[in-house]
Design a protein around this ligand. Sequence first.
Ligand SMILES: [Fe+2]
Length: 204
Amino acid sequence: MKPHDALSDPAFLALASDGVMTGATGSYEKLLGDLAGVYLDDDAYQEAVASFGAERLAYRVEVNQLDEGAGALIIGTSTVLPGRVGDEFAMTRGHLHVKADRAELYYCISGRGVMLMDTVAGDSRAIQMTPGEAVHVPGHWVHRSVNVGDEPLVTLFCYGADAGQDYQIIADAGGMVQLVVTDGQDGWTTTPNPRHVGYRGAAA
Ligand SMILES: [Fe+2]
């Protein structure tokens, strides 16, 4: 990345429906084997690892970042492959921004997704996104994206480059407040997560 006193050039980004972003400066992948403890049904998770292998791609992120610090943006695409573990749909690990007041935009490019969001006080929301739809996640909401369709869920995201990501807050809470599960037909619903014990930092 450039020195702090240098002026960045503008970037051109092209966003393909498969999540490939022309102009990306970085990328990372999460594999099925990276997601131990994320899903409620551990037996189903172990079966999935046994069937598909720990190296199976779960989701992929491409990012474009020009500058660091307050005021800069991280722009990227997230591609979550479809599937279920037990009754739960495939999803990202989820996080709260370390600078918790940092908001984030998610815009659905392809597929059918749900943005699952909690406050540390225990308020919980699930908002569906299909192509052309977006969710504005305010600061102070824990968030993860869930693929409730049968094709890859591709979203464009944009958030402050100084936000940081605290993944551990969800693990410490036993998962998020709600699970996004099959409704037994073609759709999704939410159900309380019996393992959720409340978020650290919540008022007693
Ligand atoms: Fe985020």
